[in-house]
Design a protein around this ligand. Sequence first.
Ligand SMILES: [Zn+2]
Length: 222
Amino acid sequence: MAQTVFCRLRCPRCFTSFPAEIALSTGAKGRLSSDLCYRGEGSFVYPYLVVVCPGCGFTSYHQEFDYLAELPRYSPYHPVGRALKNFLQERRHLYPGSEKYRLAAEDAKRRGSSHLDIAHLHLKGSWCAREEGNLEAERYHQEEALHHFRLALKEVVEARDVAVIRYLEGELCRRLGRFEEAEKAFAAIAPTDLPYWLRAAFERMRELATRHDASPQELPRT
Ligand SMILES: [Zn+2]
C-alpha cells in the first residue's frame, strides 16, 4: 500500500531544514485513468512527491532535497507531535498538490528543464486538481501539459515515447473538448508503436473523441 513518511529534509538552495511528509512510491494494485494517472491502494500520493521549501520557496520532487532523517511517529498527545501535525496541516492548506506542481513547473522552466519534464509536472498537477475538485486548476494544468508535450515532440525520438506523448496529446485535447485536435493527434499514432497495455485504451479514447465525449475514463485492467 502507498504510504507517506514523515521526515526532515534540507533545501539544496537555502539549506533550511524542515519537516515534510513525502511518498516514496505510488503503491500497487491500483487503477489507471485515461490520462495515465495511476491510483494505488491507500492515499492519493501525488501531492507528496513534491516539496515546497518553507525558507526560500524552492519547489521540486522530494528527491532533489537532502534527506536528513525519518521522524519518529509521535503520539497525538506529545507536544512535538502536535506542533508537527499543525505545521504539516498548514503547509497542506497553503500548498495543495495542484499549487505545488504549478510552482515546481515554474521553477523547472526557469532552470531550463526539458519540455517533457515540464509537461509531466503539469500532468501530475492536473491529477491533483481533479482530486481537489478544482476544475479551473485542472484545465490550467491540462493546457500547460498539452503545450509542453507538443514541444517535447521535437526533442523525443524513440518511436514508443513519441507514440505515448501523442496519446497524451490526444487525450488532453479530448478532455479539454478540443475534439478535432484530439482526432488529429490520435490519427498520427501507429498503434503498434504504443506499449501493449495502452492499445485498447487508445482505440477507446479515439472513439470517444469522434463522439465528442470529454468525460474522464478509467482504463480496463489488462
Ligand atoms: Zn530553500
